[in-house]
Design a protein around this ligand. Structure first.
Ligand code: NAP
Ligand code: MG
Length: 486
């Protein structure tokens, strides 16, 4: 147990945040939060009921007219203060993420910087929600288009980036003039509650941001989606839950943005700079210990460089030190819970049973905590589950190819289409392959694509809509067209 900075109700809020007040669940329910490096309980947090969900929508709905009418500059300045506060408190917030999520302190600091940047970026975008004016082709009238806030927005976030997935939604929603109810993942509610307190300090009026941790996620989110006052659902999480929520949003025809699962291919061509490719692979695979929707899930390496790339990757993976994310020198933390660890282990075991070779790692260590070691597999059989499913852990399966068209076909053979990575020194090939890959984002000679200034999102069953960039704010607006004769 990490005693020094374990949160207590005195330092980190553990109640629901509704209408600017901290409240217990209406029926007194609580849920526990666990430190994945030990399995020990670190906090007990209120677990919202359906009645609490209605109260949160009441609060968001009551706050909407005034917030939507607040000058964009003022909305932007509130977000800018939130960025400043988050930056000042980066270290405390990072430690909180490590405690409830397990990632290393380095990863958690990186997340806080990334998360805060969404507040800064959207503080700047708040004043740039430009409409258009044009003359109708007939010449009879003008066509005016304005972008109005869509309304009360329900935000549902996963545990793997507890701060960034929340700010990536709250930032644009508030900038656009919307009010929100955030349902954070049950594994990591503390970071979301800390953010609620920080937003209040930054000057967000009561009711504009409400936060509802709940173990009864289906019932609580489902209740909000039957409420006619709710006009937007922005969800980040698994494709499976995304499908359920799209169906739940259908009766009230609620606008949906969906950031779902990924199964990123990582292509290494024969002309790649192998040092750069291994460095990029370590980032694309190992950021967050592999628990990222953008994580490289399948490595396709040209046969002529496969042995060399494999050896160098094994060397880099062997250097990682596994342990509690807060301990000095640790570069690989635990997975978030026992289920996640067991899923990774069973995918590896099945691949090995089908003929894959373990080059490093490959076995659950003894002792407490939900650890799985950095693992590289070669000779992975085509059709293995480990190539088709999100691994969400520190495992790199290697597959070889010989032709460019074959590599592209293998990469595109997935229901997912979030991000792909390509390593080659040939610019024409990079662009040709980049255009042919069926994914919303492509990293070209780069192992990371996430940037608050860029449109993040997937094609196929990886999602609908984009977060970040200018696109991100438009997800929280409706275009209104006025046909005008003057
Ligand atoms: P998850 O199981 O889909 O859960 C995501 C969120 O949905 C959590 O808040 C969860 O609450 C809630 N939820 C679960 N079942 C629900 C239901 N029936 N109705 C309403 N809400 C429900 O995903 P996860 O395991 O937390 O996160 C990992 C997944 O997120 C991966 O698939 C990853 O690829 C994806 N992800 C995607 C992106 C992206 O931008 N595309 C980014 C990060 C992660 P509880 O915690 O209470 O169950
Ligand atoms: Mg936990």
């Amino acid at each position: 147990m990490i005693a020094t900075s374990a949160p207590t109700s005195a330092s980190v809020p553990t109640e629901l945040y509704i209408g600017g007040q901290w409240l217990p669940a209406s029926d007194g329910s609580v849920m526990t939060v666990v430190d994945p490096s030990t399995g020990d309980e670190i906090a007990s947090v209120a677990s919202a009921s359906e009645d609490d969900a209605v109260a949160a929508v009441d609060a968001a709905s009551a706050a909407l007219p005034a917030w939507a009418a607040t000058p964009p500059r003022e909305r932007g300045e509130v977000l800018r203060r939130a960025f400043d506060l988050m930056t000042q408190r980066a270290d405390d917030l990072a430690r909180l993420i490590v405690l409830e999520n397990g990632k290393t302190l380095t990863d958690a600091r990186g997340e806080i910087a990334y998360a805060a940047e969404f507040f800064r970026w959207f503080s700047e975008e708040a004043v740039r929600i430009n409409g258009t004016v044009q003359t109708a082709p007939s010449g009879a009238n003008r066509i005016l288009v304005v972008h109005q806030p869509i309304g009360v927005s329900v935000l549902v976030t996963p545990w793997n980036f507890p701060a960034a997935m929340a700010t990536r939604k709250i930032g644009p929603a508030l900038a656009a003039g919307c009010t929100v109810v955030l349902k954070p993942a049950s594994e990591t509610p503390l970071t979301a509650l800390a953010l609620a307190g920080l937003l209040c300090e930054a000057g967000v009026p009561d009711g504009v941001v409400n936060v509802l941790p709940s173990r009864r996620s289906g019932a609580v989110v489902g209740r909000m989606l039957t409420d006619r006052r709710v006009r937007k659902l922005s969800f980040t999480g698994s494709t499976e839950v995304g499908r359920t929520l799209l169906a739940a949003a259908a009766p009230a025809v609620i606008s949906c943005s969906m950031e779902l699962g990924g199964n990123a291919p990582f292509l290494v061509f024969e002309d790649a700079d192998l040092d750069a490719a291994v460095e990029g692979a370590m980032i694309a695979k190992m950021r967050n210990g592999g628990e990222a929707c953008t994580a490289a899930n399948r490595f396709y390496v040209h046969a002529s460089v496969a042995a060399e790339f494999g050896e160098r990757l094994v060397t880099a993976m062997s250097r990682l030190r596994m342990g509690s994310g807060l301990a000095d020198g640790v570069t690989l933390g635990p997975l978030v819970n026992a289920e996640a660890r067991d899923k990774v282990a069973s995918l590896v075991d099945a691949a090995v049973a089908e003929g894959a070779r373990v080059l490093v790692g490959g076995a659950v260590p003894a002792g407490a905590g939900f650890f799985y070691p950095a693992t590289v597999l070669s000779d992975v059989a085509p059709g293995s589950a480990i190539l088709a499913q999100e691994i969400f852990g520190p495992v790199a399966p290697l597959v070889t190819f010989t032709e460019e068209a074959e590599a592209v076909a293998l990469a595109n053979d997935s229901e997912y289409g979030l991000v792909s990575y390509v390593y080659t020194r040939d610019l024409a090939r990079a662009l040709r392959v980049g255009e042919a890959l069926e994914s919303g984002m492509v990293g070209v000679n780069r192992g990371i694509v996430s940037d608050p200034a860029a449109p993040f999102g997937g094609v196929k069953q990886s999602g609908l809509g984009r977060e970040g960039g200018h696109d991100g704010i438009l997800e929280y607006t409706e275009s209104k067209y006025l046909a005008v004769t003057w």
